[in-house]
Design a protein around this ligand. Structure first.
Ligand SMILES: [Zn+2]
Length: 134
């Protein structure tokens, strides 16, 4: 289900008993708008529970302008509310995050030095892991 306003995200979080995230963590950092697939919020909550420590979302929804400013690809799943980036501080933590995501049905994962990207964009190739290294 696509949630399309901060209020809708807040209501979802309340109804589902999501304990570790607030709506603002998923909003565009530039304008505060949001489109986010509720499945990502549930995945983040379950992943956070598995990790047993705070999970910092470095990028959730991005409006097209913000996406341009941060150098995202024009058809980024962040614009469609289908992607999250989460802070990843060590190779051990990366291992835990990657294995959890794979074991929980996520089929698109990107590895960066300091964060992990994952998305559920059905219009993009599935069963892929890539990196952002140059
Ligand atoms: Zn924005």
């Amino acid at each position: 289900m696509l949630l399309k306003s901060p209020e809708e995200v807040e209501r979802f979080i309340k109804e589902k008993g999501i304990k570790h995230f607030k709506a603002k963590e998923f909003l565009c950092k530039h304008c505060g708008k949001v489109i986010i697939d509720s499945r990502l919020i549930e995945l983040a909550e379950r992943l956070r529970g598995y990790l047993g420590k705070p999970l910092i979302i470095t990028s959730g929804y991005r409006c097209p302008e913000h996406n341009r400013r941060v150098g995202g690809v024009p058809d980024s799943p962040h614009i469609k509310g289908l992607a999250l980036d989460v802070l990843t501080e060590s190779s051990r933590e990366r291992f835990k995050i990657f294995t959890w995501l794979v074991n929980n049905g996520v089929t698109r994962i990107g590895m960066a030095k300091t964060y992990t990207h994952f998305d559920i964009d059905p219009d993009k190739p599935q069963e892929v892991i890539w990196d952002y290294y140059d």
